[in-house]
Ligand binder design. Structure first.
Ligand code: ZN
Length: 341
């Protein structure tokens, strides 16, 4: 049986994580903005998919044995994730393997000499990391994990990631942002050529559809961006700070100079539709609801939520008369039950 979306539908996902360069605090990057998101979700009756950086939980568990500070942080984060799951939100697996070699020091989390991208790991090594992260997350969430988002969108090549996900019984991915491209030293992806569809099945690579593929891709919607956006961000970075209205108090690692320059020089490029402080104002001009097929998937990060983000999102919801909300998992279930476009 096949059926179609009859209402304008929004999927909202959030990558629940600290910053990679200067981590920032659990309080400001995770707890406070998540509380704001939850309040909004309750009011609008939205179920959010939280992609939890599970390596952070594993690292916190490890260092909690010797540090009371980390132990306290871990308790807070675990309680927060339990509350998200209890509130009916989806907890998905987000893998940043660099946590495997991240150390806790008197100056906080030290990410130096870690490897960022899955492709920098041998297959068996990545498999073990993925498995331990997923088990930890399922235990904390008290729920089965059924969907995946690659850290930094690094879902290519998929072969080893796919083996790990298959072993974990995870067959839905949400890492592809159509049209987006980055080729940086340790972070790269190429989504310039993807199926023109709101979702697709795949087996080999997440960007190549295969009708009988085991995996389902629920992509993140993208929008066009002018280079002026990056000029503003470059200024913030020179000042070594987030824009003032963002909750998170850390700083992520800068992309390489060549990639940064490419961004500043490009005439226009695709980026993910996002609730992140700097990008949320652009939602208004993102004229189409994903592929004009009644579906839009907006992502974000609690750490980059701003005091304005959810006002912008609410305006977007009104503007596009969105009346139905799905998590990544609930949409995947409907697709597998015969939803078509
Ligand atoms: Zn991430």
């Amino acid at each position: 049986m096949t059926y179609q979306l009859t209402e304008n539908t929004l999927v909202l996902s959030q990558d629940y994580e600290l910053f990679f360069h200067n981590s920032g605090s659990v309080e400001n990057c995770l707890l406070r903005p998540t509380e704001v998101l939850l309040k909004f979700a309750r009011r609008k009756d939205i179920c959010i998919t939280f992609y939890v950086d599970a390596g952070m939980l594993v690292s916190m568990r490890h260092y909690a044995e010797t540090s009371r500070e980390v132990s306290g942080m871990r308790d807070q984060v675990c309680r927060n994730i339990e509350a998200l799951a209890a509130g009916g939100h989806e907890i998905g697996l987000h893998v940043h393997p660099h946590w495997n070699a991240t150390r806790w020091t008197d100056r906080g989390w030290d990410f130096s000499n870690t490897r960022y991208s899955p492709r920098q790991y041998r297959a068996g090594e990545f498999f073990d990391i993925c498995k331990s992260y997923c088990e930890e997350l399922a235990e904390v969430a008290g729920a089965a994990i059924t969907t995946y988002r690659a850290g930094g969108f690094c879902i290519q090549p998929f072969e080893h990631i796919g083996e790990a996900l298959h072993a974990l019984g995870i067959y839905t991915d949400s890492s592809v942002v159509p049209g987006m491209y980055l080729n940086d030293h340790d972070k790269s992806f190429d989504f310039r050529k993807v199926p023109d569809a709101p979702w697709w099945f795949f087996d080999g690579e997440a960007t190549v559809s295969a009708d009988s593929g085991r995996f389902l891709e629920i992509p993140i919607s993208s929008m066009r961006l002018s280079p002026f956006f990056y000029w503003g961000r470059a200024l913030d970075r020179l000042r070594q700070r987030q824009p003032p209205s963002v909750y998170g108090d850390g700083l992520s690692k800068a992309i390489g100079k060549v990639s940064a320059l490419r961004r500043l020089m490009a005439l226009e490029r695709n980026v993910e539709m996002s609730t992140d402080g700097p990008k949320a104002p652009l939602l208004e001009s993102a004229s189409r609801v994903g592929n004009e097929r009644r579906l839009c998937h907006i992502m974000g990060h609690p750490k980059l939520l701003s005091t304005e983000s959810l006002n912008r999102l609410e305006r977007f919801i009104d503007q596009h008369e969105i009346s139905r909300f799905e998590s990544v998992a609930s949409l995947a279930n409907r697709v597998r039950a015969g939803l078509s476009f």
